[in-house]
Design a binder for this molecule. Structure first.
Ligand SMILES: Cc1cc2nc3c(=O)[nH]c(=O)nc-3n(C[C@H](O)[C@H](O)[C@H](O)COP(=O)(O)OP(=O)(O)OC[C@H]3O[C@@H](n4cnc5c(N)ncnc54)[C@H](O)[C@@H]3O)c2cc1C
Length: 287
């Protein structure tokens, strides 16, 4: 199929982008890497009056270390994240997750901002943003606001972005010493959206976990932080007892959806497997 006709605009500045967003309101759609938007246009699942292509905005494609932390422009391609030594060093969870995002051709065009703004519940990068305590900068004519990752993801394909706003950058704060990071997902084939995945971090002191962040994806409407399972790990060394308690707490909190790809029971089972696998690796300090 071909998309319904639309006007195409390619602004060269953020100011021009804000003008276009104000002019078209809900009838305007931002185009970043196009890896999700273009198929939905072609299938006529969306029919905007105008497509606003932000690929030529110069200020949004850099990865920089700043006082806010590691700041990644929304237009940075997923492939560029994958190749960045700075991302490997400062955002190891993103570095571990990116090879699971689709395939190399998709990552060559897909952007970090597009993945976060889309908010697919089975996507890897939103869960990494929550686990690494990232913040999002949302900009519009006349100002910007900063929203924490847990508040940014509101539901299936729904975020805190309001009409007229552009996600311009993502900041990942520097983690305190002692944090370890672990990522894994289970999908039918490599490159498919995950049936279930886990982006996790733990701060370990004297062999025991003193802080933990376990963020599951593919098992709810947003990245899902498993607070009960985290609490079950605190103050314990990683072993059968701690894992047993964490899995019990996870079971109480999870209510995964079922669809043609997997039943709720399958997703629940996969989440348990991931918890055990990733937390064991954190205990052994293996990403
Ligand atoms: C075959 C295939 C497999 C895939 N597999 C995976 C996978 O395993 N995991 C995964 O996470 N993704 C997967 N994707 C999606 C891919 O990661 C996309 O790159 C991503 O979802 C969207 O990024 P994009 O830059 O292409 O955004 P676009 O498609 O251009 O935009 C997506 C949405 O976000 C909005 N948007 C984009 N940028 C901004 C911004 N800066 N501010 C505000 N709104 C914005 C757009 O208006 C649109 O609604 C797959 C895609 C394909 C085609």
């Amino acid at each position: 199929m071909k998309p319904a006709p639309f006007e195409y605009h390619r602004p060269s500045s953020l100011a021009e982008t804000f003008d276009l967003l104000d002019r078209y309101g809900d009838a305007g759609r931002i185009l970043a890497g196009g890896q999700s938007l273009v198929p939905t246009l072609n299938m006529r699942l969306v029919s905007p009056r105008a497509v606003i292509d932000i690929n030529r905005l110069p200020e949004l494609d850099a990865i920089r270390e700043t006082s806010e932390g590691l700041v990644i422009g929304a237009l940075v391609r997923q492939g560029a994240l994958e190749r960045s030594a700075l991302v490997r060093e400062r955002a190891p969870l993103f570095a571990a997750a990116i090879p699971h995002v689709g395939h190399a051709a998709i990552r060559a065009r897909g952007t970090i901002g597009g993945s976060l703004a889309l908010a697919d519940p089975a996507a890897e990068l939103p869960a990494c943003a929550v686990a690494m305590d990232a913040t999002m900068r949302l900009s519009r004519r006349g100002g910007s606001r900063t929203v924490g990752a847990p508040e940014f993801f509101r539901g299936i394909y729904t975020t805190a972005l309001e009409p007229g706003e552009v996600l311009t950058k993502i900041a990942i704060p520097r983690a305190a010493p002692g944090w370890r990071w672990g990522f894994d997902e289970l999908a039918r084939r490599h490159g498919d959206f995950a049936l279930a995945g886990l982006a996790a971090g733990a701060r370990v002191e004297g062999g025991a976990i003193v802080e933990a962040r376990l963020v599951f994806f593919g098992v709810g409407t947003t990245p899902l932080r498993a607070h009960g399972a985290e609490a079950a790990l605190i103050g314990r060394r990683v072993g059968a007892e701690a894992l047993g308690r964490a899995i019990e707490a996870l079971d109480e909190a999870l209510d995964p959806p079922g669809d043609i790809h997997g039943s709720p029971a399958l997703r629940r089972h996969l989440a348990r497997v991931l918890l055990e696998r990733v937390v064991r690796r954190l205990g052994e300090d293996r990403v």
